[in-house]
Design a binder for this molecule. Structure first.
Ligand SMILES: NC(=O)c1ccc[n+]([C@@H]2O[C@H](COP(=O)([O-])OP(=O)(O)OC[C@H]3O[C@@H](n4cnc5c(N)ncnc54)[C@H](OP(=O)(O)O)[C@@H]3O)[C@@H](O)[C@H]2O)c1
Length: 190
């Protein structure tokens, strides 16, 4: 069982632009139609048993897909945890836990719920950083899109240098994505 950060990113390490827009990503059309994307996503999601995201990401999904009016469009069948200090709108019928504070006890609950499958940290970057702060992040899978954004929501606002990440796989998807997979080497002693 792994805790994985799987996301698309710009070359210069942003998840979204300053207005939380993903137009830079959607300019490539139907992402699933890019060579290799569907296969890789299916392989990934089949192994996921629980997922977590921060409130900006959650609000982006529900606004972008108009999900409060069309709750059946909530994109995940997997149990989800959403981190927020605020009361957020609830999607009818979706399996979502709203939580706040220390990520460690939430991670323990997610591990139980995932029942041997992986945990997907959807983002944003600081939330993933909070899991990394507790040595709870095992793998990072980046679909690097051929754009630079110069500013926006950061991919992973932490210094991870020693030990460095370990590059375990590189895959090209069409002329759009370089998919880079890294193992996170735990820093704690013993
Ligand atoms: N490129 C991609 O594939 C991709 C993937 C993921 C996300 N995104 C986009 O990237 C952007 C990420 O936004 P973001 O950087 O603001 O990150 P985010 O993690 O989506 O949201 C951050 C917010 O989550 C809440 N939060 C985080 N940790 C918490 C904790 N421990 N306890 C309670 N609340 C906590 C806080 O808000 P409150 O307490 O105020 O609610 C915080 O301001 C979004 O626009 C999203 O759509 C893109």
């Amino acid at each position: 069982m792994k805790t994985q950060y799987y996301t698309a990113t710009s070359i210069d390490g942003y998840l979204a632009d300053e207005d939380n827009s993903l137009d830079w990503l959607f300019q490539f059309g139907e992402i699933e139609e890019i060579e290799g994307v569907n296969e890789e996503y299916s392989r990934f999601i089949d192994q996921v048993g629980a997922l977590a995201m921060g409130s900006t990401t959650y609000e982006w999904i529900i606004e972008h897909e108009n999900i409060l009016e069309n709750p059946e469009e909530w994109p995940y069948e997997i149990l989800a945890w959403v981190f927020s200090t605020r009361e957020l709108p609830v999607v009818d019928g979706a399996d979502i836990h709203f939580v706040q504070g220390d990520v460690a006890p939430v991670h323990a609950d997610m591990v139980k719920a995932a029942d041997g499958k992986n945990i997907w940290l959807v983002g944003g970057g600081d939330l993933v950083g909070q899991f990394h702060d507790h040595d709870l992040l095992d793998e990072i899978i980046l679909s690097v899109a051929p754009v630079t954004l110069a500013s926006g929501a950061p991919l992973l606002p932490r210094e991870i240098t020693t030990p460095p990440l370990k590059l375990t796989n590189v895959q090209q998807q069409g002329d759009v994505f370089a998919v880079l997979t890294y193992d996170v080497q735990q820093s704690k002693m013993g």
